[in-house]
Design a protein around this ligand. Structure first.
Ligand code: PXL
Length: 281
């Protein structure tokens, strides 16, 4: 009996502690809400620093209310001083001032294992970052994180090249490495091909993850969810490459089992991994 209980308790043990620095999405499909659900669903503990509050539903963004930079820093520093994050996911950073505050707090709090999703536009087309901030993200922040996870439009803006093929994706990844990125995952979902290919690159290795493309309008929050899932696996001790592989699998299952909520681009199923152990094999 005692052994059985011990076994159960060890299965219920929280795997890691993840700090999420991102914006709130009132519709619950993207942003901090998607992030908390993903971390939780993968058996870990989510902490947050909210950068902005967006008013939106599946049909679009109605308004964006930024948090003061000092309060973003306070959330990061005060939270991590008490509970040390095993990894960090960074999402929506709308202004230069916010990026600079986040950079300062990362350094001050000695945060490690950082995954950056360079969020630029929401599904409906609303801009979530201003142009000057994109340049600061490219010049300063990219170098300070362990992985950057742009989709094709974001990679095009960061590298200033057009991406129409896998070769273009490889070139873009190389440019990002030359800009100082340590590891890059470019997501190929925006290319019009039957299979979906994501490419992981660092100075030593390249990996291509191939999956069947699932036809659906319900892809709201896929980018947020993927970067957070990767940060979670990374925080649990997996390598970055393995974390990307497992994160992509998690998002794929979430898209496959999407609930079909809302009239627009609906959310995915963050709870697809309730048999947590299976996801770590
Ligand atoms: O998926 C990008 C994204 C990031 N962060 C917030 C969002 C969105 C998209 O809607 O709302 C807060």
């Amino acid at each position: 009996m005692l052994i059985l209980l011990k076994n159960l308790f060890s299965k219920l043990k929280i795997k890691s502690k993840i700090l999420i620095i991102a914006g709130s999405d009132s519709s619950g499909g993207a942003g901090i809400q998607a992030d908390i659900k993903s971390v939780t669903s993968l058996g870990s503990y989510a902490m947050t620093a909210i950068t902005a509050v967006t008013v939106q539903n599946t049909t679009g963004v109605k308004s964006i209310i930024p948090m003061p930079s000092i309060e973003i820093s306070n959330q990061i520093e005060f939270t991590s001083k008490d509970i040390k994050p095993d990894s960090v996911k960074i999402g929506m950073l709308h202004s230069t001032q916010v990026i600079n505050s986040v950079l300062k707090s990362i350094k001050k709090s000695k945060l490690k294992k950082i995954v950056l999703d360079p969020v630029m536009v929401a599904k409906g087309g609303a801009k979530l970052i201003d142009n000057k901030a994109i340049s600061v993200l490219k010049k300063k922040l990219i170098k300070k994180v362990d992985l950057i996870t742009p989709n094709i439009p974001e990679a095009e803006i960061l590298t200033k090249i057009k991406i129409k093929s896998m070769l273009d994706m490889k070139n873009a990844a190389q440019i990002l490495l030359n800009l100082g990125a340590k590891n890059v995952l470019i997501k190929g979902g925006h290319l019009s091909s039957k299979t979906l290919k994501d490419i992981f690159v660092n100075k030593k290795e390249t990996a291509i993850f191939t999956n069947k493309k699932i036809k659906t309008k319900n892809t709201h929050g896929t980018g947020c969810t993927l970067s957070t899932a990767i940060a979670t696996y990374y925080g649990c001790g997996k390598s970055l490459k393995k974390s990307c592989e497992l994160g992509i699998r998690y998002v794929n299952n979430a898209i496959r089992t999407r609930p079909n909520f809302g009239k627009g681009s609906g959310p995915i199923n963050h709870l697809n991994s309730f048999i947590i152990e299976k996801k770590f094999r």
